[in-house]
Each structure stands twice: as structure tokens, then as C-alpha cells.
Ligand binder design. Structure first.
Ligand code: GLU
Length: 526
């Protein structure tokens, strides 16, 4: 079978990482199987769908490297087609019109009483449920209306489709049967009859379930007595998501639907519509949601829930593609860093996990760092130049000096945004943290050591090994252990306590800057 999958977002704003991960899984599945990856813009919510969001959608897909096949379709352009399908469903008695109260008539999908044409209805046996005897049971074409009983014995109005109650009997407190649906079913189904039964204590019926086989989660099922006939075209004539989504999947000949597991409830309904329209059921895969540290759905409140947030944080598209694929999927070994080609060749749905996937910023950062390391040095330097030229301290930087800094820093840079912390290479205006300087520079011997260094550096040929042995000599002469001067020196010269090797930094900064900063530290910080 030729695989045809789709990404069908509703363009209402930025793209959530969960949605882009759904797109990635669809794309990988299509590419792995030499199939087609299609885009469908589900823009039927005219108030919330915007052109801006559609533009964002296409530019983000391009940015992260998801190319698509065929011309994207826009759901809003298919409305006539959806209405035609609704008409057909009405003609075939798979749907009926109904107005709630004074409103216009909506079209409701009729969950079928007769299941002989359906592939995915199973019978799970006779069951009995208790109902509240004070509330009469009403039975009509739209379903069964009754009161179930709360823990405190109170009535809870409950409503479910007629199809949920095959072979229904209503039993009273004396175990007498008050009503048998099979005696009345035809006029009820025709909408000609409504029955109301008082004093019922229990409903006894044959429970039937709608089910589908999810490629990851296995067989999933839902009792029909927990479902209602549902609106497919609103009173104002606009098709509802369920109908539009299924019609368009049929139109696009989708063979595999891969989407978030928040759609499972919809899928039960969709399988019924597919069959009512007489279309082949596609296969379904529901992928687990992405959660935060606390196991809650990853949301805006977690800070960076949108693809654009990750881009703005300086992550590379390759790293995001790689990382998001690992959120809910893993290969058959513990490889983590995989480029596009490798992901395509290794991606299979059977290795998608069933349980929620936790977003791990640290892992993403580390993975991004690995991709940063692989950027050709000239390209890295070029990009760094652009970032630096936007900084207040980044004007008229010597390109050779910048190249040296970039070379030193590339392997330590996990995102391009970290380049903004490189100011100490370019300006003497350092951001000293008072606590850190006090702790590390206001110690006996530091002033003396810095003064000795100023003297030694003045006559030194600035080379890595000379710098290192010069610092060692001074360390020794003031009687502290080798290496103990490195942190104070780093703080005095860079204002920070982390970064590249201090000898390399000193070499790149050059004699003048180093002596100037040491002098400043001697006079102001030690
Ligand atoms: N438009 C739906 C959403 O964004 C997608 C439905 C689907 O993938 O079938 O959730």
C-alpha cells in the first residue's frame, strides 16, 4: 500500500512543540516508507484561524526541514463538499436533523442501531445499571434520557445514543419488566414515537462497544451507551470538525492517521463516519503527549511550548528535529544523535512509546551543543559575527580576533544565544558579580599575585606555554597550590567563573587587555 499521511493543524497561532512533533512523526513515517506527506490546513474556525498563523505554519515547516508533497488543502475551501457528504448521510439515514429548543436544525450523526454494516462494533455482554427511580426514562430517536445515581444518592441527568441500549429492558423495584425496547424500536427509530417510563430501577441491556486497533496502544474501545449522537453540521450550516476531518482524510486518500492521543475520543466517532460514508478505515496511531517535569501537559506556562520559542532560544533546526523525534520514540539501541537521513531510515511506528514523553531542556541543550560543534568553523564564525554586530559591545570588531574567539568557543557553545555572553572578549566593561568577586578576589595573596603577574606578563612573549609557566611560577612563589590562581584570574579577566580554558583566554585577550584588567582588579577588586 502506498503510504499517505498528513499533518492537519488548526492555524490559530504559534505551533506547539506537540504539534510539530506530530508533523515530524508523520513526515518520518512517510519518508521511511517512500510515501506522501500531505498538509491540510484545518482553518474552519474562521474566528481563530488567521493568515498570520498560516504563514507561520509554512515557514516553520520549512525551517525545521519538513518538505511536503502535493498542494496543501484548506479545509475552509471544502465546506460545500462537507455539506454534500452530510446530505448523503441524511439520505442514507446515517444522520438526521434535529433542533434543540428554538434554534435552527442541526444535522446529527446517527450512531447506528443496526451494526451489520460496521466492522468495529463488538458486543461485550448483558449488563445492568441502576437508575434513579424518581426521574422517568425518556426514549426517543435522539437517545435515552435518564438519571444515573451519584455517590450521595442524587439523580444525575444522563443522556446516551439509542444504539447504546440494544435489547433494553427497564426493570422496577419488584424486578418486573416495565418496558422492552425491541417491541417499540421501529417507530422510535423512525422518530414517530417517544416513550416515557416511570419508576424504573435498573436498565438491562446488551452492551456494545465501538473499537479500533491503534498501532501503538492496541485495541481501544468505548461503550456505545457512553456516547451520544453528535452534531456534524451546525444549525447555521457550518460543518463540524468531526465531519470535515473525516471527509478531508477521505478526499486526500489518507492511509495512516498519526496524531496526538488527545484525539482518541474523536477517533471513536470518526471510525463510524468513515464507514457511514462507505470509505476504507485508515490505520490509526495516537502518539503520547509531551509533559513537563511534573507530568502535566507541556504548556505555555512552561516557558517554551512553541517551536518559535526554541528557535528564539538559539536552537538549531536539526537538533530540534532530532530531539523532538526522541520525545516518544527511540531507536533499537541507545543512539541519540541522529541526523535527518538516519532518523528517516530508522523511524518505525512500532517503536513509538505508549506513555507520555517528558520534555528535558538539558538534553535538548546538550544535543544542540553536539550539532553546534559540527558546524564548519567559517560558517560558525560568520554567524557569530552577525550576532556580535548587534551587541552594544560588538562594534568594529577585528575579524581575525573574532575568528580566534569563535574557534576557541565553538566546542563550548551549546546555542548561538550563548554568544551574547562573550562580551568579555571585546570590552573591558566587565559585569562583576559582587558576591563572587568578594569571595574569590578578596583573599590574602591575590593582590600580590596579580601584581607579580603584571610584571611577568609585561616582558613575556605571549604564547600558551609561556603564559602557563608564568602563572605556575607566580602561584608557587606566593605559596598556593598549582591551579589555585586560575579561578581568581578568570574572574578578574572575564567577570565570570565559567568558560574556556583560562590560558587560552589570556592568549586571545592579548597582553594589553590582560594587564589593563589585572591593574583594574588590583586597584578595585582585591
Ligand atoms: N486540526 C486538528 C488539530 O490541530 C488535527 C486533527 C487531526 O490530526 O486529525 O488538533
Amino acid at each position: 500500500m502506498d503510504v499517505r499521511v498528513r499533518f492537519a493543524p488548526s492555524p490559530t497561532g504559534q505551533i506547539h512543540i506537540g504539534n510539530i512533533r506530530t508533523a515530524i512523526f508523520n513526515w518520518l513515517y512517510a519518508r521511511h516508507n517512500n510515501g506522501k506527506f500531505l498538509i491540510r490546513v484545518e482553518d474552519t474556525d474562521r474566528e481563530r484561524s488567521t493568515q498570520e498563523a498560516i504563514d507561520i505554519l509554512f515557514s516553520e515547516l520549512k525551517w525545521i526541514g519538513l518538505n511536503y508533497d502535493e498542494t496543501p488543502i484548506y479545509q475552509s475551501k471544502q465546506i460545500e463538499h462537507h455539506r454534500e457528504q452530510a446530505e448523503k448521510l441524511l439520505d442514507n439515514k446515517h444522520a438526521y436533523k434535529f433542533a434543540k429548543g428554538e434554534g435552527d436544525e442541526a444535522v446529527l450523526f446517527n450512531i447506528p442501531w443496526d451494526d451489520n454494516t460496521l466492522k468495529n462494533i463488538s458486543t461485550s455482554g448483558q449488563i445492568e445499571i441502576s437508575i434513579h427511580p424518581d426521574i422517568p426514562v425518556k426514549i426517543c430517536k435522539q437517545g435515552l434520557f435518564y438519571a444515573s445515581i451519584s455517590n450521595k444518592g442524587k439523580p444525575i441527568p444522563t443522556e446516551a445514543c439509542l444504539a447504546g441500549f440494544k435489547d433494553l429492558s427497564i426493570i422496577d423495584s419488584n424486578n418486573q419488566c416495565l418496558f422492552q425496547i425491541n417491541d417499540e424500536i421501529q417507530p422510535i427509530l423512525n422518530g414517530e414515537k417517544t416513550c416515557e417510563i416511570k419508576n424504573g430501577q435498573r436498565l438491562r441491556f446488551l452492551r456494545r462497544e465501538v473499537y479500533f486497533d491503534d498501532l501503538i496502544k492496541g485495541r481501544l474501545s468505548k461503550p456505545l451507551d457512553s456516547m451520544k449522537d453528535f452534531v456534524i453540521v451546525r444549525g447555521n450550516g457550518s460543518p463540524v470538525f468531526h465531519l470535515a476531518n473525516v471527509c478531508d482524510d477521505i478526499l486526500q486518500n489518507i492511509t495512516h492517521i498519526i496524531r496526538g492521543d488527545d484525539h482518541i475520543e474523536n477517533t471513536y466517532r470518526h471510525t463510524l463516519i468513515f464507514q457511514a460514508i462507505d470509505a476504507e478505515l485508515p490505520s490509526f496511531t495516537h502518539i503520547p503527549m509531551i509533559t513537563n517535569e511534573c507530568g502535566k501537559p507541556y504548556s505555555k506556562r512552561d516557558g517554551d511550548a512553541f517551536l518559535s520559542d526554541l528557535r528564539d532560544m538559539g536552537y538549531l533546526p536539526e537538533a530540534i528535529l532530532n530531539y523532538l523525534t526522541l520525545l516518544g520514540w527511540s531507536p533499537d539501541d541507545d543512539t541519540e544523535k541522529m541526523g535527518q537521513k538516519e532518523l528517516i531510515s530508522r523511524f518505525t511506528l512500532d517503536r513509538v512509546q505508549n506513555s507520555p514523553a517528558k520534555m528535558d531542556q538539558k538534553k535538548l541543550l546538550n544535543l544542540n551543543g553536539q550539532y553546534m560543534e559540527e558546524i564548519p568553523p567559517e560558517e560558525f564564525s560568520q554567524h557569530v559575527t552577525e550576532i556580535i554586530s548587534d551587541q552594544s559591545w560588538g562594534n568594529s570588531v577585528d575579524p581575525d580576533y573574532l575568528d580566534d574567539v569563535a574557534k576557541l568557543m565553538q566546542s563550548r557553545t551549546k546555542t548561538y544565544n550563548q554568544v551574547q555572553d562573550w562580551s568579555y572578549f571585546f570590552t573591558d566593561n566587565l559585569n562583576f558579580d559582587e558576591k563572587i568577586t568578594n569571595r574569590h578576589l578578596q583573599k590574602p595573596g591575590i593582590k600580590e599575585a596579580f601584581s607579580l603577574l603584571v610584571t611577568s606578563f609585561s616582558d613575556l612573549t605571549f604564547e600558551l606555554n609561556h603564559i602557563e609557566s608564568c602563572i605556575l611560577d607566580v602561584t608557587e612563589s606566593i605559596g598556593v597550590k598549582p591551579g589555585k590562581l586560575n579561578l581568581p584570574l578568570r574572574i578578574a579577566l572575564t567577570g565570570t567563573n565559567v568558560g574556556a580554558g583560562i590560558y587560552e583566554i589570556i592568549l586571545i585577550l592579548g597582553k594589553d587587555k590582560v594587564i589593563r584588567r589585572l591593574d583594574y582588579a588590583i586597584n578595585n577588586l582585591t
